[in-house]
Ligand binder design. Structure first.
Ligand SMILES: Nc1ncnc2c1ncn2[C@@H]1O[C@H](COP(=O)(O)OP(=O)(O)OP(=O)(O)O)[C@@H](O)[C@H]1O
Ligand SMILES: [Mg+2]
Length: 403
């Protein structure tokens, strides 16, 4: 059997050559030994570490941890595979797995502790990266699912929007097939068929515009355009819908507003969509204002309405395709939720920006929308829509007719 000296030497050489950091300390937390692996892990040499407090390698926010460890050791308890963080000489943090065992004297009293520390930084980092990856993947899946749901919803809305005018056309066509028909009724029928077919055509054209934009096939022929006539034409087009609800239309159009480089029909489409939304979401006897003015080197169009505005959670999404504040099947307003998506793309194609805004519940004008198009140095359109949300439940305003 080996002598005690030989055994001690043997143990010392095991400690010296171990891959794990092995440290011993007194019950007061003073370091008494420090092996080469501890030098490698924490960056301090044995000379630097021995005699120092163990707090040397414990981050300040974890100093409490040491008090608890010492408490446990005094009771003679070991701590196994405790995962924590220690700090190396340069200040960098390392994740370690710690096993601490009490050291007893010949009488069995606890006089200190030995610590075995294993660097698990790579493992913890790997775990963290995996968790982040998983979270990202989950978020992407949820987004895809939400998109899928909104596509389903869109299909339902689309079917409904296509069916409504078709029903009217079908109904009137049947009425008109009666050769004995009263001429007045015949005229009404002709008109209804014409209006509904036009509304449906418009809907399909808007859808085609959306897909043209998505596939990058929307081409604009830009030329210098005065925005005043553009706005006036759009106003004429929404006047019947506004009149039907006794909604007042006010315009303040600066005759000195700069011309812009744009496609007039498309700019009209932008203004019409903003105005039509204002009409649609403003209750009876409300008011819509549209301003055209120069704003520095740019031209700005601002549309405001006295409707109830856009809910704050909806506000960041109004320019997304198929996004509507109310997608329930019983919703009062028609539409596919593509008007503002078209607005944004068209304004983009003109090199401008558009933003939406609404008022808060107390009626303060904090939410606004603005659009800006690019021009020949004099840059064009900026539209702003401050609005309040609908109070009552008026019938849908005016179908999808455009100038
Ligand atoms: N002036 C407004 N006041 C209140 N809410 C608005 C206003 N303009 C837009 N919104 C909200 O933004 C949503 C998206 O508007 P967008 O014009 O894209 O679609 P839509 O008007 O519902 O349908 P579409 O324009 O395709 O007929 C609307 O459904 C509505 O919830
Ligand atoms: Mg709209």
């Amino acid at each position: 059997m080996a002598s005690p000296d030989a055994l001690a030497g043997h143990l010392a050489s095991i400690v010296q050559s171990a891959d794990d950091a092995i440290i011993s300390k007194t019950l007061q937390g003073i370091i008494t030994s420090w092996n080469p692996a501890a030098e490698k892990l924490f960056g301090y040499t044995a000379d630097e570490a021995v005699g120092q407090s163990i707090l040397l390698i414990i981050p300040p926010e974890r100093h409490d941890e040491e008090a608890q460890i010492l408490e446990q050791l005094r009771r003679g308890e070991a701590i196994e595979h405790f995962e924590t963080v220690r700090v190396e000489k340069g200040g960098a943090r390392r994740h370690i797995s710690l096993t601490v065992s009490p050291i007893r004297n010949a009488r069995g009293e606890v006089i200190g502790a030995s610590k075995v520390a294993r660097d698990i930084t790579d493992r913890v980092r790997g775990e963290r990266e995996r968790a982040e990856l998983l979270a990202r993947e989950q978020a992407a899946r949820e987004e895809a699912e939400a998109l899928n749901r909104s596509k389903d919803q869109f299909l339902a809305v689309l079917s409904h929007e296509l069916r409504t005018p078709l029903n009217a056309i079908y109904g009137w066509a049947r009425v008109l097939s009666d050769s004995q028909l009263d001429p007045k009724l015949r005229a009404r029928g002709d008109d209804a068929i014409f209006r509904n077919a036009k509304a449906q055509l418009q809907l399909v054209e808007d859808l085609l515009d959306v897909s043209r934009i998505i596939t990058g096939n929307m081409r604009l022929e830009l030329r210098p355009v005065g925005l005043k006539p553009v706005i006036e034409t759009a106003l004429d087009a929404v006047r019947p819908a506004a009149g039907a609800k006794d909604v007042e239309l006010r315009s303040t159009l600066d005759p000195a507003a700069k011309t812009v480089l744009g496609a007039p029909e498309r700019l009209q489409q932008v203004v019409w969509n903003l105005l039509m939304n204002a009409v649609k979401f403003t209750p009876r006897d409300g008011r819509i204002e549209i301003d055209l003015r120069n704003a520095g080197s740019q031209v700005e169009i601002v549309v405001r309405d006295t409707g109830e505005g856009i809910a704050p959670e909806m506000l960041p999404h109004v320019f997304e395709r198929f996004r509507q504040g109310d997608t329930s099947t019983t919703r009062v307003h028609g539409g596919l939720g593509i008007g503002l998506a078209l607005v944004r793309h068209l304004v983009d194609l003109h090199g401008g920006t558009v933003t939406a805004a609404s008022r808060d519940r107390r009626g303060r004008d904090v939410h606004r929308a603005s659009a800006r198009g690019a021009g020949d140095g004099a840059r064009p359109v900026r539209g702003r829509r401050g609005s309040r949300r609908i109070a009552g439940g008026p019938a849908r305003a005016g179908g999808r007719r455009r100038p």
